[in-house]
Design a protein around this ligand. Structure first.
Ligand code: ATP
Ligand code: MG
Length: 199
């Protein structure tokens, strides 16, 4: 065995001991809150990756998209209508053009009512609240109210929240927080949003 190989093997052995110890220490079994934020691409697509995982295990999933996009997305076409998924695209009132705060708040409240019902229903193993952070950014919804409902959710239920500019309180509440950085985006090189990549 070469020196390099031997050193590598020893390093791997030490690393394995550290990882094994951490695994042995993580024994709690409960649902988690995952927050995916930041300006880079990959928040919603990561959330839908978890939907696929959960469904693969036969779990039940609730999806609420708080901001309605311009077009129907691949994820909506794929997941909506599957037996174990309740998929809701809300926020008909939100567009950058509405300039109607009252209407936006009413839409936010309507979407929240549905989310609140799901957060009380232990049949759901996983809830996706896609683009929810914007509702707090614009004060369309009370963060306190939402955080209380999340804290009181069924023990085994997990919640994934996506969206840019997440409030510090929400980061504090979440068990897992990923802030996706925007280093490059094809958009800035003049590439149009791609089917299957962006939507
Ligand atoms: P995705 O749905 O692809 O995972 P995302 O949820 O992280 O993206 P959003 O902030 O929800 O990103 O933006 C939605 C759309 O904007 C997506 O089509 C995404 O590719 C695009 N987008 C994300 N980040 C950037 C960026 N930095 N510049 C331009 N467009 C972006
Ligand atoms: Mg998104």
């Amino acid at each position: 065995m070469s020196d390099k190989t031997q050193r590598h093997n020893e390093r791997m052995k030490r690393m394995k001991a550290v990882v094994d110890k951490k695994i042995a220490q993580s024994t709690e079994e409960r649902g988690v809150v995952v927050l995916l934020t930041g300006n880079g691409k990959g928040k919603s697509s990561s959330a839908f990756g978890m939907v696929a995982r959960a469904l693969g295990h036969g779990q039940k999933v609730g999806v609420i998209q708080f901001i309605k996009g311009r077009m129907s997305t691949g994820e909506q076409m794929f997941f909506d209508g599957l037996d174990n998924v309740d998929y809701h695209v809300m926020g008909d009132g939100f567009t950058w053009e509405t300039q109607n705060r009252e209407q936006d708040i009413a839409s936010a409240e309507q979407a929240w009512k549905l989310a609140e019902t799901m957060l009380k229903d232990e049949q759901y193993d996983l809830l996706i609240f896609d683009e929810m952070t914007y509702l707090f950014k614009y004060d369309y919804l009370s963060l306190d109210k939402v955080m209380t409902a999340i804290k009181n959710r069924p023990y085994e239920q997990s919640v994934v929240i996506t969206g840019r500019a997440a409030k510090p309180e929400l980061k504090e509440l979440a068990d897992t927080v990923s802030v996706i950085a925007d280093e490059k985006h094809a958009f800035r090189q003049g590439v149009k949003a791609r089917m299957g990549i962006e939507y």
